[in-house]
Design a protein around this ligand. Structure first.
Ligand SMILES: Cc1cc2nc3c(=O)[nH]c(=O)nc-3n(C[C@H](O)[C@H](O)[C@H](O)COP(=O)(O)OP(=O)(O)OC[C@H]3O[C@@H](n4cnc5c(N)ncnc54)[C@H](O)[C@@H]3O)c2cc1C
Length: 546
């Protein structure tokens, strides 16, 4: 289909192409197909730009769908085609701050250097605010050593792990960058900022953009350097343990600073609380200081892992998969007894990782490298946790429920390590312990068990029935080669820190800005980053910055 753009000679036209993976990987083939679709000769083609790319595996053979924009030359003899597989790359670093005349600069304290915290910081320094980012964990490089100790020796550092440390939970994640929260902000702007800091420009065109854990840390480090270059300060090993509040009748009314673990105070004009969904001490601090919080639903289950070639075969109908196709993924969802059962954060070609944030608990999650080339495909497989499991009147009850399951999982595995309970999918459905577990990607190891003994019955029975439904949706999914590893419990925050819809300030505490996933206003890297930008913009106006 050709979409002519309303303009005279040489105006770009966009055309949709459906190509085989081999054709899509070959520049000359793409150009030929685009010229054919646009009705021009190859000699008339001046430039070609890829706008969008997705894999369509619904038919017998997978096809690559592309939207490309072409420019036609008016002079065939001087034709030299430029072919961009990606759009123009935004390479400019963030611009210098706009001056605040001679007034003292407003000081914004940001707690947490995850996507919410760092994107808020970037936005604020660009407007000329004085910004201090306080991060309990270590910088991305030092954090890698702590992750190695976690993987190989089961040492859980409560300040530096898969959830805590520079870049937050997103840094050593899968780095999937798609979000359903398109109404919450400028997704394209977030992706462009990531590209400007070193992410592959492919993320601007792919329908399912992905960076990969091996590349994300560098992007995070570059973002920090931009924040610092524009005058911001980032402090590591800076765990916030208390808040400095104004009170009236024992109730907090406004915040003007925070207290660090070393006893020092950091005072400012506003505090952004972007501490992520695993900062239980922050929720406890809020409860202790009478800062209103609410219990919130989340989801609980396991990771399910298949050999990647099996998923490729199910999705692409061929094995081995074409080398120009990415490792296949899936997304499954159904309702069982009035509750959602669904796949979550699917990691094709990835690894299951230990994501606990304190000793004495086991939590699993998934990540992958940019090439997605591990022989395993894992995904969270979770059931909605509804208020029947906690008390909506007790703000910390959903958190306690989550914590108890994680501690029970640790106790059940019995070795005092991060070895996780595992069970073949087929045995889980039949309700019996597995006697053997095939090799998985989970490095700390596993203990064969019956996961029904660990998960609450209302969750595990729905999970069992959901897996049976998924076995019908994807033929071959229920196989003896698939393994469940428990528990996947950090799907989203079990607590919300309520804020005003317009001012983004806490409903009772002026100048306190709950932000990102930990506050209950985001789920995933891009939506957390967008929330950070949104909160920063509101602060710029509220404090008349810039
Ligand atoms: C293994 C793994 C894989 C994931 N894969 C993906 C994926 O592929 N795609 C995706 O979109 N999402 C993924 N996620 C989820 C994603 O990482 C989060 O949704 C996102 O990082 C939330 O951003 P945030 O800034 O709100 O909080 P976080 O990223 O959690 O950042 C919070 C930060 O606050 C710091 N902090 C906490 N308490 C304190 C304190 N008291 N004092 C100072 N600092 C504190 C923490 O150390 C942390 O750095 C994954 C998560 C994990 C763990």
């Amino acid at each position: 289909m050709i979409t002519p753009v309303n303009a005279p000679v040489n105006a770009p036209v966009t055309v949709e192409l459906a190509l085989s993976p081999d054709e899509a990987a070959n520049t000359a083939s793409v150009e030929r197909a685009a010229c054919r679709a646009a009705g021009i000769s190859h000699a008339q083609l001046q430039s070609l730009r890829l706008v969008r790319r997705s894999i369509d595996a619904r038919g017998r053979y997978p096809i690559v769908r592309m939207l490309v924009a072409l420019n036609e030359t008016t002079n065939e003899t001087t034709n030299e085609t430029t072919h961009e597989t990606t759009p123009a790359i935004p390479t400019q670093p963030p611009t210098s701050p706009t001056s605040q005349a001679s007034q003292p600069r407003k000081h914004v304290i940001i707690v947490g250097s995850g996507p919410a915290g760092y994107f808020a910081a970037l936005e604020l320094v660009q407007h000329g605010a004085r910004v201090t980012v306080l991060e309990r964990g270590r910088d991305v490089r030092a954090r890698r050593r702590d992750l190695r100790a976690l993987m190989q020796q089961s040492i859980v550092d409560p300040d530096s792990n898969y959830c805590f440390g520079e870049g937050g939970a997103g840094t050593y994640s899968d780095g999937k960058l798609y979000t359903r929260s398109s109404k919450r902000g400028n997704i394209r702007g977030i992706l462009e900022t990531l590209v400007a800091h070193g992410a592959t420009p492919d993320i601007l065109v792919d329908a399912h953009p992905h960076i990969g854990s091996n590349k994300l840390w560098q992007v995070v480090q570059n973002i920090r350097e931009s924040i610092e270059r524009l005058g911001g300060e980032v402090r590591f090993g800076a765990r916030v343990v208390d808040v400095v509040l104004n009170q009236l009748g024992g109730r907090p009314t406004s915040i003007h600073g925070v207290v660090l673990a070393d006893g020092s105070e950091v005072l400012g004009d506003a505090v952004i609380l972007a501490t992520g969904h695993s900062a239980r001490d922050i929720y406890e601090l809020c409860a202790a200081r009478n800062i209103a919080i609410e219990a919130k639903s989340f989801a609980l289950g396991v990771r399910v892992e298949h050999p990647q070639p099996l998923i490729d075969e199910m999705q692409y109908h061929h094995t081995p998969r074409n080398p120009h196709l990415p490792a296949a993924s899936y997304s499954l969802t159904c309702q069982v007894a009035d509750r959602g059962v669904y796949s979550f954060c699917m990691c094709p070609g990835g690894l299951i990782v230990p994501a606990a944030t304190a000793p004495g608990e086991i939590v699993v999650n998934g990540m992958s490298m940019s090439r997605r080339d591990s022989p395993f495909a894992n995904s969270g497989m979770v059931v909605e946790v509804t208020p029947e499991h906690y008390s909506p009147d007790d703000p910390l009850s959903a958190l306690r429920f989550q914590q108890e399951v994680e501690q029970r999982t640790f106790a059940h595995s019995g070795h005092g390590t991060q070895e996780a309970p595992a069970q073949r999918l087929v045995d889980f459905i039949d309700g019996r312990s597995s006697t053997t577990i095939p090799k998985t990607s989970y490095i700390p190891g596993h203990v064969a068990t019956n996961l029904h003994d660990i998960l609450p019955a209302a969750i595990s029975e729905r999970l069992r029935r959901g897996l049976l439904v998924f076995g019908k949706q994807m033929r071959g999914y229920v196989t003896n080669e698939a393994v469940l590893v428990g528990v996947e419990s950090r799907t989203s925050s079990p607590v919300r820190i309520p804020r005003d819809r317009t001012t983004y300030q806490h409903v009772h505490v002026t100048n306190l800005y709950p932000c990102g996933e930990g506050a209950g206003y985001a789920g995933g890297i891009v939506s957390a980053a967008m929330d950070g930008v949104n909160v920063a913009k509101v602060i710029v106006t509220a404090l008349a910055i810039g």
